[in-house]
Design a protein around this ligand. Structure first.
Ligand code: FE
Ligand code: ZN
Ligand code: FE
Length: 211
């Protein structure tokens, strides 16, 4: 590391890392949306993909505000998370389990981003880059909302469906789907940015309750 490096340099480095991470994620999210089987999960990935495109533009605005070149720098961290997610998709799981695994992978990515943007906001503030701080905070809020939405989907039925699928596999090895309805606990976390669609509380979930 250059001895003359300052926090400002580190800040710009982190921005470049994050810019690259977001671009890797647009590809990954498109794939996850295609792989997901529950419509509400497909929709969650799809709408976060659209949000992510806005986040990339927002980072470009940040570079401009700082009068820095818009440039990415390979993000190894998110590459590793995406790599792990890919190996899940190659496994031979039932649909509900694939969805549960996609959520797990997605949440790892969201938490990585939350960590990155949390730091970026704090550094932007301390360095007096108010406009940048504002923009980065908007993205941080979106990442948190995306994470919460995934938790809501997992806990609102997908995990249960995956657990049920593994049981019915034990019992009969038949792919029969349960169709009991259960209210979705889909709490819209917040109105997120630029035209991102909200997921309409979707189809009834297959979630069997024995009682
Ligand atoms: Fe993002
Ligand atoms: Zn990184
Ligand atoms: Fe994200």
């Amino acid at each position: 590391m250059a001895e003359t490096g300052t926090l400002h340099d580190a800040f710009v480095d982190e921005l470049r890392d994050t810019y690259d991470a977001e671009r890797q994620l647009t590809k990954a999210l498109a794939k996850m949306a295609k792989t997901a089987t529950a419509p509400e999960l497909q929709e969650a990935f799809q709408s976060h993909l659209e949000e992510t495109q806005g986040q990339i533009q927002r980072l470009e605005q940040v570079f401009e505000a700082l009068e820095e070149k818009v440039r990415g720098k390979h993000c190894d961290g998110i590459a590793g998370i995406i790599e792990e997610g890919k190996s899940i998709m190659e496994e031979d799981f039932d649909d509900a389990t694939i969805d549960a695994c996609l959520i797990a992978a997605g949440q790892r990515a969201e938490h990585y981003e939350m960590a990155a943007y949390g730091t970026l906001v704090a550094w932007a503030r301390i360095l007096g880059h108010d406009e940048a701080a504002e923009l980065l905070q908007q993205t941080l809020d979106e990442e948190k909302a995306a994470d919460e939405k995934l938790s809501g989907l997992a806990e609102g039925g997908i995990n249960q469906s995956a657990a049920d699928a593994s049981q019915s596999e034990d019992e009969s090895d038949d792919d029969g789907e349960d169709t009991d309805e259960e209210d979705e606990e889909e709490e819209e976390t917040r109105p997120v940015g630029s035209g991102a669609k909200k997921s309409a509380p979707a189809k009834p979930k297959p979630a069997t309750r024995r009682r």
